[in-house]
Design a protein around this ligand. Structure first.
Ligand code: FAD
Length: 306
């Protein structure tokens, strides 16, 4: 029986593992893909104290740091069920059942893709998903933001301050963002807003993005916009499908946690992008992982099971 079993091996899970193991308690990490989203990242320039690194390097450093401690790492294993109890059970896709006094859920999230030709080919070569991360790479260039909800409009406002020009593309016939954000967006001189526009293809020269085509849904005409970057902002999906009915989830499917990382189930904690924590960033996930591990330890000593 683990004292702490961490499900998810991204920055949040890695930080939880280090903090838990340093308390001398029996710690395990179950991860489908140790490293998490950072494996899909090129440059990382906002992890405080590391001026610049890249995703794969950062993932190796996470794993090496965790391996400094006695942590049972179970990589390429997917959790499919949580059965809460005095001793919690995590069931894996291969049929194994792991037992743990406390559980930390840190299964992260994934960006929803638009699934048009060019998106996969030019991912990290002009196609981006995170304006906080990649916005500065497009300084002085032309970009589009796909999606007119709150995250798309926020991204467009943010990017308009950095890049030369932003084209916001909304599929529906109106923006879905809060009125105050829409007002701000419309006041910016270097933003064009296109509505009823379905992105059909992202173009490139074989190396990087150089344009985008969209279909005007009113006239069915296809138009091309020349640009250097495309930010896809049509939603971040938390990896919680397997948790429905066990821990309380927000309407967006995120695990609801309190300031200590506690979920609705005693002894089960959450950390990182999979939770309701605002702003999905590595530095924030790492902090949340530390919080959850310290809270799990606190739970163990208070329940007299330590
Ligand atoms: P994740 O990194 O998503 O890790 C989740 C872990 O859980 C993975 O190990 C996954 O395999 C595992 N998992 C999922 N489901 C299961 C399951 N059922 N069973 C077992 N394991 C499971 N942030 C920055 O701060 N700076 C950047 O420059 C930056 N650039 C980014 C660029 C891209 C392209 C992307 C996609 C994200 C970027 N981010 C950046 C965001 C950052 O990567 C995330 O905020 C961070 O990785 C969240 O960490 P996490 O541990 O919560 O989740």
């Amino acid at each position: 029986v683990f004292d702490v079993l961490i499900v998810g091996g991204g920055p949040a899970g890695a930080a939880s593992a280090i903090y838990a193991a340093r308390k001398g308690i029996n710690t395990g990490v179950l991860a489908e893909r140790f490293g998490g989203q950072v494996l899909d990242t090129l440059a990382i320039e906002n992890f405080v104290s590391i001026k610049e690194t890249d995703g794969p390097k950062f993932a190796v450093a996470l794993e090496q740091h965790v391996k400094e401690y006695e942590v049972d790492i179970m990589n390429t294993q997917r959790a499919v069920k949580l059965v809460p109890g005095k001793v919690n059970e995590i069931h894996t896709a291969t049929g194994a059942v792991l037992k743990a006094k406390t559980v930390i859920l840190s299964t992260g999230a994934r960006w929803r893709e638009i699934n048009v030709p060019g998106e996969k080919e030019y991912r990290n070569h002009g196609v981006a998903y995170c304006p906080h991360c990649d916005g500065p790479l497009f300084k002085g260039k032309r970009v589009s933001v796909i999606g007119g909800g709150n995250s798309g409009v926020e991204a467009a406002i943010d990017l308009a301050g950095i890049v030369q020009h932003v084209t916001l593309i909304e599929f529906g016939n109106e923006l879905r963002a809060d009125a105050v954000l829409q007002r701000k967006l419309r006041s910016l001189p270097n933003v064009t807003i296109l509505m009823s526009a379905a992105t059909t293809e992202i173009h490139g020269d074989g190396k990087k993005v150089n344009g985008l085509s969209y279909k005007d849904r009113n006239t069915n005409e296809v138009h091309r916009v020349d640009l250097e970057g495309v930010f896809v902002q049509i939603g971040l999906v938390p990896n919680t499908e397997w948790l429905k009915g066990t821990v309380a989830l927000s309407k967006h499917g995120e695990i609801e946690i309190d300031a200590k990382g506690q979920t609705s189930v005693p002894g089960v904690f959450g950390a990182g992008d999979v939770t309701t924590v605002p702003y999905k960033q590595i530095v924030i996930a790492v902090g949340a992982g530390a919080t959850a591990a310290l809270s799990a330890f606190d739970h163990l000593i208070r329940s007299g099971d330590d």
